[in-house]
Ligand binder design. Sequence first.
Ligand SMILES: Nc1nc2c(ncn2[C@@H]2O[C@H](COP(=O)(O)OP(=O)(O)OP(=O)(O)O)[C@@H](O)[C@H]2O)c(=O)[nH]1
Ligand SMILES: [Mg+2]
Length: 396
Amino acid sequence: MGFFDKWKEKWSSKKKEKEEKTTIEEEISSKDEKQVETVIQEERENEATSSISVPEKPDKDEHEQINIETEEKEQILPSTEEKEVKIYEKGLTKSRKSFISKLQDLTNKYKKIEATYFDELEEILIMADIGVETVMRFIDKLKKRVQDEKIESPLDLKEVIVDELFIIYVSGEVLSNKIEYSENGPTVLLFVGVNGVGKTTTIAKLAYRMKNEGKKVLLVAGDTFRAGAVMQLKNWSEKIGVDFYGKEEGVDPASVVFDGVTRGKSENYDVILIDTAGRLQNKDYLMRELEKINRVIQGIMGKEPNETLLVLDATTGQNGIAQAKSFKEIVKLTGIVLTKLDGTAKGGIVLAIKEEVGLPVKYIGLGEREEDLQVFDIEKYIYGLFKDFIGDEENE
Ligand SMILES: Nc1nc2c(ncn2[C@@H]2O[C@H](COP(=O)(O)OP(=O)(O)OP(=O)(O)O)[C@@H](O)[C@H]2O)c(=O)[nH]1
Ligand SMILES: [Mg+2]
């Protein structure tokens, strides 16, 4: 019984829909007979009380009705988790159509597992950006399982493949996707990464999420280098309705961060999100700049930023891994934001990051809308990727 069974049960859309329909029908019909009818009947008899008007003193029956309505709504409307699963599914479509359909073709091609099957599997996984070393280890493990468990057909290997890929992510060091919030005073999040990876839009999307959670958010324009970067962040702050602190282009970013974080602290912001310029071309310069920014934050807050998140563009594949390794040498990173997963057909990069960089992926970008920035969840990710590969067909 593998990892996938749990999520197949829970999230498989076909099964889910069927189950939901029956449950709702059953629930409604039983309520129709027992409760809803009575309540509606009584309400009808209750003079002049229309379904929209709010009586001054609601009686017991009306309370009951409200409860029933809420219950039914909860069953009909998708839960937040289901909505998130849909965003994962949609955002991973490209990868599913390419990488996963190749796995499917391979499974169909071989009646029996043989050496060339593994060669082809290896190639597919490497092409999916999983990373050569990880793939090698994975294939060795798979071969051993095939031998130990006497697996003969590629069909029987499907779930083993998914399980083993999942194990790559969850084994060894436990990587938490949780953001470290401060108990007292503002939580400071610093975003770093090379040009164009999606730092500024990630900050905007995250600020939007946090604002909707009721947090008081301040954006600080620490990228004073690129022309238009300050304005871009300011425009975002206006669009999403959060506060902004910035100075003109060319000003020392550490001085902007100093003033911004000072304001954030004195005005009791919950979260301060700091944008930076990612000039990796000049490592020494960038290192000094980020050190200075860190010193400034430490001076005001008495500690380092709660999180220093490296933003990586998933479509750059192994190049992104190289960026992560370089940034790790110059600044203390606490996690990764992996953007544009919707734009890659390779999807395996999350596993390579875990194996080769050793940092947790905290958020992923699955599209350009605000809700497309999702907290990274390995289970939803694996499900979103492999749902067609494992599928329900063998059970139906
Ligand atoms: N499809 C897709 N596009 C994204 C995602 N995240 C960011 N983008 C796009 O990527 C482009 C670059 O984003 P920016 O936020 O400006 O990147 P940046 O890292 O701040 O770039 P610089 O300020 O130049 O260093 C924009 O067009 C974004 O809309 C994502 O998850 N999916
Ligand atoms: Mg930017």
